[in-house]
Design a protein around this ligand. Structure first.
Ligand code: GCW
Length: 677
C-alpha cells in the first residue's frame, strides 16, 4: 500500500524515455563489496537503479556499456588509477563525475572512505530520482558539521516523550535476538541524508539503559547502523552511579564516582567499539546533575569527558537548563549559567543548545548563547518532532524555521557572524562541531506520524550536512522523491510547504508571542491558564496581556534578556522602533494602540494575523485538493484529512486567543474579522 513507509527512497520506475536515457550512462554497476559498508553502498545502488531504470539497468554491464564506478583508491584499483582529487573531501565526503570511457559516458562515485562512497551513492540516486541531467555532472560534497545526530526521546517502555508517530522504533523486549528490518530502513534513510549518529534513549534518562542487559541491545542496534556510517550514542542519567552502581553519591569530584564512570564507559566500549558518546540533561526540570553537589556543569561534563576521551568518545552536555525555581525571566537562565563556564570544558565536550532560549516555540529569536562562548563548541539542537507546532496533524514544514535560526546574524565578530558559522565551527575555530535533531520517528507505517512530517526529518539531515543549504531547494528535492517530479505537482506543493510554518505561527503565536499552549500537553490554546505552582508554567507568564497591552518586556528597562545579545542586536531588538515585528512581543510589552508598520494598531494587527493563519490553512486545503491527480489515493486522503483537522484547530486557536485577548483589550474586532456565524 502507498502509506509512506518507503519514505523518500521509493525508487519507482521513471517514465520509460527518461529511464532509457539514464541507461545510456548507468548501464551497470562496478562497486566493491568486500566490507559491510561497501555492500551497503553497492546494494543500495543496485536496488535504486533497478527500481528507477528497470531490471536491466543494474548488475553486471555488458561489454562496452557505460557503468557507474564506485569506490575508494584502496577498494578499487580502477578508482585508484583515475588519480582523482580526493584530498579535500575528508572522511565522509565524495565526488561524482561524468567520465568519458572509450567513447561512451560513465559515472564515477569516489571517496576516501567506504562511508564517503555510500553518501555519494545516495547522492547519485537522488539525482536520478529527481531527474537531473548527468551528462556534465562534476560535484564534490563534504559535510560542514561533524556530528549530525538524531536525539530520540524514547523510553525503555517504548513510549516516546513528545513523540506523535506511535511507539518507539526500538523494540527493547525483542532485542538483541530479533533485528527488525525497519532498523535497516531507518539506517538507510538516515545515511541517505547524511545523518551519522543516533542517541537511542530519552534525555530524561533511565539509568537502566547503561546496564549490561540494555547495552547488549544497544550493541545489536549499533551493528545494524554501522554499515551505514551511523554511530550509536546514549543519554546518561547523572545519578546512575547511585541507581545502578550502588554508590552513595554521584558527586563528579568524588574519586569513586569518577572510577565508576570510567569503568562504565570502558564496559560500553566493549559492547560497542565505535560508540559515539553520552548526551546529558542535568539540573533541568528535576533531573539530577552536578549542581546537586555544589559543582558546575563543567565539572559534571568534564568527569564524563575524561572517561570517554581514551576511546575518542564525546559528551554532548545540554544547555537546556530549566531550574526548579522560577526566575524573573526563564529566557536568561542558560546564558547566565553557561557563559561564565566558557573555556572550562574539555576538548571532547559539545554544549548542546536549543535553537531558542525558551523551548522550541513556533518562532523564537536565536539563542543568545550562540556566539557568546567562543572557547566552547556549541552544538545546535533543533526539534523535529512538533511538540508546540500541532503534533503530527498540523502541516508545518520546518525547513524555513531551521534556516531562519541558522542564517541569523549574531554580530559577535561583526556582520556575517551567523549562527550557522558558530555551529559549523568556522567563526570561532571549533575543533568539534555538531547538530542534533529531536527525532519525530516512531512505529507508525509512515514513520513520522504524517506524510509531510517526513520532510522535517529530511530537512534536518540536509541542513546538518550543510547549514547554509536552502530550505526551498530541500523541500523541492524531497517532494520530487516522495511524491512526483511533475512540475504541475511540485510547484503548488512546494509553495504550500514554504508557507506552512508561518501559517502555524500566525494562528498560534503571532508577532513574537510564545507558549500559549495548554500546560503539559502543549497542543491546543490556553492563553488564560494561570495559577500553577510555578508561574513560568503558565501562558500568562509569557504573554503578560492586560488592559494596557501585551508582551514580555525583555528590553533594558525590563528583564534585559536583550542584553545577552551582541551590542548591535541588543540595540535593534531592544528598541520598539527597530525590533522586527516577528519578535515584537518577545522583547516588548506593547500598548494595544501601538502603530504597526501596516498602519494598523497592534490590536487590529494581532487579530488580522490570527485570521490570516486560518486563511492560509484553508488555502493549503484547496491546493492539496487540486493535487489529487498526482498522488496515490491513500496518501492523498491522509494528508487531506489532517488538513481538515488543522483547519478546524487553526480556527479554534484563532477564536480562543482572540476572545481571550479581547476580554483584556476591550477593543472591537477590526472590520471583516468577526467570527463566523
Ligand atoms: O520541550 C521540553 C519538553 C520536555 C523535554 C524538555 C527537554 C525531554 O516539554 O518533554 O524533556 O523540553 O528538552 O529536556
Amino acid at each position: 500500500a502507498e502509506d509512506g513507509h518507503e519514505l523518500w527512497l521509493r525508487y519507482l520506475p521513471l517514465p520509460s524515455a527518461q529511464a532509457q536515457a539514464y541507461r545510456q550512462q548507468l548501464g551497470g554497476v562496478d562497486a566493491p563489496a568486500d566490507t559491510p559498508v561497501q555492500r551497503a553502498a553497492r546494494d543500495e545502488l543496485v536496488r535504486g537503479l533497478q527500481g528507477l531504470l528497470g531490471a536491466t539497468a543494474a548488475g553486471a554491464a555488458a561489454v562496452g556499456q557505460p557503468i557507474v564506478q564506485v569506490g575508494t583508491p584502496a577498494s578499487s584499483p580502477r578508482i585508484a588509477a583515475l588519480h582523482l582529487p580526493l584530498q579535500d573531501l575528508g572522511e565522509e565526503g565524495y565526488l561524482i563525475r561524468h567520465l568519458q570511457q572509450g567513447g561512451q559516458g560513465g559515472i564515477v562515485v569516489a571517496a576516501n572512505s567506504d562511508v564517503g562512497t555510500l553518501h555519494g551513492v545516495f547522492h547519485l540516486l537522488r539525482l536520478v530520482q529527481t531527474t537531473q541531467p548527468l551528462a556534465d555532472v562534476d560535484l564534490r560534497q563534504s559535510p560542514k558539521i561533524q556530528r549530525r545526530v538524531l536525539n530520540h526521546w524514547d523510553n525503555l517502555d517504548r513510549s516516546v516523550e513528545r513523540g506523535y508517530a506511535g511507539q518507539s522504533l526500538w523494540d527493547w523486549q525483542k532485542l538483541p535476538g530479533w533485528l527488525d528490518p525497519r532498523y535497516t530502513d531507518y539506517a538507510r534513510a538516515n545515511a541517505s541524508i547524511g545523518i551519522n549518529g543516533t542517541v537511542l534513549n530519552n534525555v530524561n534518562a533511565n539509568a537502566l539503559s547503561l546496564t549490561p542487559m540494555y547495552l547488549e541491545k544497544a550493541a545489536a542496534l549499533a551493528s545494524v547502523m554501522r554499515p551505514y556510517g551511523i554511530r550509536v550514542y546514549l543519554s546518561a542519567r547523572f545519578s546512575a552511579p547511585i541507581e545502578i552502581g550502588g554508590l552513595p553519591t554521584a558527586d563528579p569530584l568524588d574519586p569513586a564516582v569518577q572510577r565508576w564512570w570510567k569503568d562504565k564507559v570502558d564496559e560500553i566500549y566493549r559492547y560497542i567499539p565505535d560508540f559515539g558518546g553520552l548526551l546529558v540533561k542535568a539540573n533541568s526540570e528535576g533531573q539530577p546533575g552536578p549542581q546537586d553537589y555544589g559543582r558546575s556543569h563543567a565539572a559534571g561534563a568534564n568527569m564524563l569527558a575524561d572517561a570517554l576521551a581514551p576511546h575518542d568518545g564525546i559528551v554532548m552536555w545540554r544547555a537546556f537548563v530549566y531550574s526548579h525555581e522560577t526566575s524573573p525571566d526563564r529566557a536568561k537562565q542558560a546564558y547566565d549559567e553557561f557563559v561564565p563556564l566558557d573555556g572550562s570544558f574539555r576538548d571532547n565536550v559539545l554544549v548542546q543548545v536549543k535553537n531558542g532560549a525558551i523551548d522550541f516555540q513556533p518562532r523564537e529569536p536565536f539563542h543568545p548563547l550562540f556566539g557568546a562562548m567562543p572557547k566552547t563548541p556549541l552544538m545546535m539542537e533543533f526539534q523535529i518532532t512538533k511538540e508546540y507546532l500541532g503534533f503530527a496533524t498540523h502541516l508545518a514544514y520546518l525547513g524555513p524555521m531551521y534556516e531562519e535560526t541558522l542564517r541569523a546574524d549574531t554580530y559577535v565578530q561583526g556582520k556575517g557572524s551567523t549562527v550557522a558559522r558558530v555551529v559549523d565551527g568556522s567563526l570561532q575555530k571549533s575543533r568539534l562541531t555538531g547538530m542534533a535533531g529531536v527525532a519525530n520517528i516512531g512505529s507508525d507505517r509512515n514513520w513520522s506520524g504524517s506524510q509531510f512530517d517526513q520532510a522535517n526529518w529530511y530537512a534536518f539531515g540536509r541542513l546538518a550536512w550543510d547549514p547554509m543549504d536552502d530550505a526551498g531547494r530541500i523541500a523541492e528535492e524531497w517532494l520530487r522523491m516522495t511524491f512526483s517530479n511533475d512540475p504541475a505537482f511540485v510547484a503548488p506543493a512546494l509553495a504550500m510547504m514554504m508557507r506552512s510554518h508561518e501559517a502555524v505561527v500566525d494562528y498560534m503565536t503571532p508577532l513574537g508571542l510564545a507558549h500559549l499552549m495548554g500546560r503539559s500537553h502543549h497542543y491546543g490554546p490556553a492563553p488564560w491558564d494561570a495559577g500553577s505552582e510555578r508561574p513560568d508554567w503558565d501562558p500568562v507568564y509569557y504573554h503578560r496581556a492586560g488592559a494596557d497591552g501585551i508582551g514580555f518586556d525583555r528590553s533594558a528597562g525590563g528583564s534585559d534578556a536583550v542584553g545577552q545579545y551582541a551590542a548591535p542586536l541588543a540595540r535593534q531588538y531592544g528598541n520598539l522602533a527597530t525590533v522586527p515585528e516577528q519578535y515584537l512581543l518577545w522583547f516588548h510589552h506593547v500598548r494595544w494602540d501601538h502603530r504597526m508598520a501596516s498602519g494598523r494598531t497592534l490590536w487590529d494587527e494581532l487579530v488580522i494575523r490570527y485570521g490570516h493563519g486560518v486563511d492560509e490553512v484553508a488555502a493549503m486545503r484547496g491546493t492539496w485538493d487540486g493535487l489529487a491527480a498526482y498522488v496515490d489515493p491513500e496518501r492523498h486522503r491522509e494528508v487531506a484529512a489532517f488538513l481538515a483537522i488543522q483547519q478546524d484547530e487553526a480556527q479554534w486557536w484563532r477564536d480562543a486567543c482572540v476572545a481571550y485577548f479581547q476580554s483584556l483589550s476591550q477593543r472591537p474586532l477590526p472590520a471583516g474579522q468577526a467570527p463566523p456565524a
